[in-house]
Design a protein around this ligand. Sequence first.
Ligand SMILES: NC(=O)c1ccc[n+]([C@@H]2O[C@H](COP(=O)([O-])OP(=O)(O)OC[C@H]3O[C@@H](n4cnc5c(N)ncnc54)[C@H](O)[C@@H]3O)[C@@H](O)[C@H]2O)c1
Length: 547
Amino acid sequence: MLEYSFSPTGEKFPLPQPEDYLKEFERLKKLVKNQRAMGREIVVVMGLGFVGALMAAVVADAEDKKKKSTKFVIGMQRPSTRSYWKTPLLNRGLPPVSSEDPEVAPMIHRCVKEKKTLIATYTYDALKLADVVVVDVQCDYLKESLGNVQAGRADMEALEESMEIIANHIPPETLVLIETTVAPGTTEQVAYPIIKKVFRKRGIATDPVLAHSYERVMPGRNYVSSIRDFWRVCSGVNEEATRRVVKFLKEVINTEEYPLSVLDKPIESETAKIVENSFRATILAFLDEWSLFAERNGVDLIKVIQAIKVRPTHSNIIFPGPGIGGYCLPKDGGLGLWAYQHIHGWEDDIFKITPLAIDINDTRSLHVAQLTRDALRNMGRPIASAEILLLGASYREDVGDTRYSGSELIVRRLTEMGAELRVHDPYVLHWWEFEKQDEYPASSQSLKRFFRGQEKLKDLRVAQDLKESLSGTDAVILGVRHKHYLNLDPDEVVKMVGGPIAVIDCFGILDDDKIRRYFELGCEVKGLGRGHVKRIKDEVKQSRTED
Ligand SMILES: NC(=O)c1ccc[n+]([C@@H]2O[C@H](COP(=O)([O-])OP(=O)(O)OC[C@H]3O[C@@H](n4cnc5c(N)ncnc54)[C@H](O)[C@@H]3O)[C@@H](O)[C@H]2O)c1
C-alpha cells in the first residue's frame, strides 16, 4: 500500500517505493561524477531537521577565496511518513523549515537552483559517495514524569542506528562529523566502537575518521548566521580526525572572524555543549523563585532585572517567561546526568543544580494556570466555564518552533482545570503537539500523558486572526513576546473582546500605563513576577472612589 507524507501546508507526497531506490542512486552517481570533475568534495548531511537543513545549505553555499563552490551537498533524510516531505521540498529549492530569517529561503533557492550545489535524497546509498558525512539526527532525552528529569534516559536509538548505517556505507577515509548534541562520551565510547565493528566486518583495517563539533544554531531572525558566523568547538578521536574536522570547518564556516576552539578529546567538545546549555537553563531557573517572591511582595521583577542588567558583570540575567522550552535546554542537562552513570559507570549522584534547574523550568508554566484561575475568580468567573485565549504557541519570540514550549503546558493544565482554550500565533500554522498528540513528538512521548482530560485537544487549531480570536473570550494570556503582541492597545483589545477580561502577562509585555488602563476598563491583570500590579489596581480603585 502506498504511504504518504504530509508537509506542514498539507501537501501530500507518496513515500518512495523499493524500485525507486536504484534509480535514485543512479541519479546521485551521475551528479557526483560531474561534481567531482569540477573539483568539489561530496558532503552528505544526515538528518534534515532544524539543524541539518540549514547546515546543508551553509556548506553548499560556501566558496573558496576565488569565489568557487568547493562542496556538493546531499541532504539525506530518512523517508518516514513524518519527515519524507522535506526531501522533495528541498529539491524544489524550498526550505523544509519555517524561519523568520530572510536569508534562509534565498540561500536554499540559490544553492539548489542556481549554484546547483545542494540536493536532497532518501537513500542511504548516498553515503557511499561521501567525502564527509555531517550527522544532524536527533538524540532525545525521554522523561518519565513531569518535573523529575532524573527519572529518564537518553534515547540513543536514532544516533546508534545512524552510526551503523554510516559505517556500512561510507568509504573508509570519509570524515564522519557528529554535530548532534550527545551524552558526553558518545563519540568515543558509542559511535567509534559501532563504526569500528562494522569496518572490521567489511574487512576495513583503518580507524574511522570521527569527530564531534556541536551546533549553536538559533532558529529565528539570525538562523543562518548562527551557523555560519559563529564560534565553533570541535575535536577528533585522533590527530587525523582533528586535522580533517578543522580543515572542513575552516572551509565551510566563517572561522576567520569566529575562530575555532579545538579541544583535545571529543568528550570535551560534548561536555562543552552540555555545560553551556545547563548554565543557561540554570540562570533561567534561578529567577523562578524570585518571580514568586516578586508576585507576593509587590515587586515588579521586570524592572528589577532591568536595573541589575546595567551592571556589565550581570548583563546576561534574563527573565524566564512561562517556562523555557525549545528542543535543547529541557533535555541537554539530562544527557549529562545519564552519561555519568550509563556511559561512564559511576554509581553516585553528583548532580544537584543541573537537574533542579531543568525540573523548575519544566514546571514553571503551570503557575500561569493558577494566575489565570485567580484573575478570573476575582472577576466572579469560574475557570471551569471560562473561554481562554492564549497568545503565542512557540517557545520564544518571533519563531514558529513549538517544541516543549511553556505554552503547551499552559494549554494542558487549563484544559485539565475545565477551561476552553483558543490559541493564536502568527508563526504557527499547525501545533502538532496537539493535532497529532498521539504520535508527536513520538508515540507515547506527548506531554499529554501527564494530564487528565486531554483528548479534545487534538481538535485545537491555531488561529491567525487576532480580532476573531479575541471576540467573546474571558481571559487573554500573553504567552510569547511576538512582535504582534507588544503594542496591543488595551482599549482596542477590550473593544474586540466586547467587554472586560482577565489579562495574564507571562513575559513582561505590559508597561504600567497599559496595566493601569486595563484596570480602568474593568479588567483584571496578573503577571509572572509582576507583584506591583496590585498597587496599580489599588490606585485605580482609589481614584474611582475619589471621583
Ligand atoms: N534545534 C535547535 O535549535 C538546535 C540547536 C543546537 C543544537 N541542536 C542539536 O542538533 C541536533 C539535531 O536537532 P534538530 O533540531 O535538527 O532535530 P530534528 O528532530 O529537527 O531533526 C533531526 C532529523 O534527523 C532525521 N533522522 C533521524 N534518523 C535519521 C536517519 N537514520 N537517517 C536520516 N535522517 C534521520 C529526522 O527524521 C529529522 O528530520 C540535536 O542533537 C539537537 O540537540 C539543535
